[in-house]
Design a protein around this ligand. Structure first.
Ligand SMILES: [Fe+2]
Length: 474
């Protein structure tokens, strides 16, 4: 394994603890070594079935659609259809609705990948067990955005995974003018004189001054993150790479049992990963002979730039995320949506914070605002009213196939979570991104709702899943 770059290591005193149940675990990049395997030839030697272009949408079912309508609106999504059974929402850009909430038990149902090549749908139909036939998207979903689709239940996590092609919607204009920033002291890097800054539309020509900035401009869905029990997490990584051609951008591994000592990480994590590994996926895909803990994946668009990660998988060992009497199930860690800029991240933060504080909405900060190291994006994570974490993010890295991949040791997390900047571990409050049981109000839900949220068994939503998967629509 070639090591093309090695960053200057920090001192031992700089190597800091990491905290289980935190996204920080893989932000705590290591003892300073950052192995960048540059070039497309460093990527896994996989001939995938297809190459997904992006993520298209995410599906939930929720008991209270009125409550959830307020959530998606406050989050900054635009509702394009609502009746007493479902809410479809979109961003300003994208190929169609990017967020679906069906009426039903509280549950994360699954997600859809966007395919650029229609024949990829046929390939999935022919190669994935239980896959539907290729069909025009029926019913209201087809009316909203058109397109074709296949769907299946994935063999690792038991999620509804869909693949869509040919959807389209018109782009919407931003609600605010492009924000310009002063940068440094050079005159040509500064905003024009006599032009007042207005990031919130508070200086409208009609004299209205709303004071409250309102929801941010959500552009599109950005990425889906799953937290998966140790062992199956490797299987799901392999499944997503083999099925959708995803490429590893950054992966991280525990390098020794000692790396867990004195920290609040589950002490069994290293041993569990060792038992599950060493990364049985492909030689050279990750750190050879090591136990991969987490990996960020991007879409393979060749030399067309794409987001640093569209999909992300991390290991889960939090018993709280298990159904009563059962084993830990795979969870939605979070779903992320790109907003226009830094101001919109903060606008979203203030919108959700003020609605939680002054309108008693069941919104809860999970982590933010900060800027990550891996991916570089500015982030802000919030629990929705059922505990599923939604992220606003902006200004992430983009890369092409030839970037290759980077591999990190997991030996440290700083008091700042190895953010470029942002809240410290202590300041961050809840910050549990393992799954919906991380929300403080999870304990207030009745038994059935709690079970439904953390159990990947689809029995209580089987009728809903059948309806979604009906190739004729009903
Ligand atoms: Fe994220």
């Amino acid at each position: 394994m070639a090591k093309s770059t090695v960053n200057a290591p920090p001192t031992a005193a700089d190597v800091i603890q990491f905290v289980d149940r935190d996204l920080d675990l893989f932000e705590g990049i290591n003892d300073g070594e950052e192995h960048h395997l540059a070039g497309g030839e460093s990527l896994p030697p996989i001939e995938p079935l297809t190459k997904a272009w992006d993520v298209a949408y995410i599906r939930f079912s929720v008991p209270d659609l009125d409550l959830y309508e307020r959530w998606v609106t406050d989050f900054g999504l635009k509702i394009i259809y609502k009746d007493d059974q479902v809410i479809y929402s979109r961003g300003l850009q994208g190929d169609g609705f990017c967020h679906v909430a069906h009426k039903g038990p509280a549950k994360f149902l699954g997600f859809a990948m966007m395919m650029r090549d229609e024949k990829d749908l046929r390939v999935l139909q022919e190669n994935i067990e239980g896959c539907s036939t290729v069909h025009k998207i029926p019913g209201i979903e087809g009316k909203l955005c058109g397109g074709s689709r296949v769907s299946f239940i994935d063999p690792v996590c038991n999620l509804l995974i869909e693949a869509v092609h040919g959807r389209s919607i018109d782009e919407l204009p931003p609600t605010r003018d492009r924000v310009e920033y002063n940068y440094g002291s050079k005159e040509n890097y500064r905003r024009p004189a006599n032009k007042l800054q207005d990031t919130s539309g508070n200086r409208a020509a009609d004299g209205s001054n709303t004071v409250h900035p309102g929801p941010p401009d959500v552009l599109k869905i950005g990425h889906v993150v799953l937290s998966i029990p140790v062992g199956p997490h490797h299987k799901m990584m392999a499944f997503m790479m083999e099925t959708f051609g995803l490429l590893p951008s950054d992966s991280a591994y525990f390098e020794s049992p000692k790396s867990t000592e004195g920290h609040s990480v589950n002490p069994g994590m290293f041993d569990m990963l060792q038992k599950a590994g060493p990364s049985p996926i492909y030689p050279g895909t990750f750190a050879e002979g090591e136990a991969t803990y987490a990996c960020f994946f991007r879409c393979d668009r060749g030399e067309v730039p794409t987001d640093h990660h569209t999909f992300f998988i991390l290991s889960l060992m939090d018993k709280k995320q298990a159904p009563v009497g059962g084993d830990i199930n795979p969870q939605l860690s979070h779903v992320s949506f790109e907003v226009s800029n830094l101001d919109d991240v903060w606008r979203g933060h203030m919108q959700l914070k003020t609605k939680a504080e002054f309108k008693d909405e069941r919104y809860e900060i999970a982590w933010g605002v900060g800027r990550h190291v891996l991916g570089s994006h500015i982030y802000d994570y919030w629990h929705d009213p059922y505990g599923h974490v939604h992220e606003h993010m902006s200004d992430g890295d983009r890369m092409t196939r030839s970037f290759g991949q980077r591999i990190h040791k997991m030996s440290g997390l700083g008091p700042n979570g190895h953010n470029q900047w942002g809240p410290t571990v202590r300041d961050s409050g809840i910050r549990n991104l393992d799954g919906p049981a991380g929300a403080s109000f999870y304990e207030d839900f009745d038994h059935d709702t709690q079970q439904s949220l953390v159990d990947r068994n689809l029995d209580n939503v089987s009728e809903l899943i059948e309806r979604i998967r009906d190739t004729n629509g009903r």
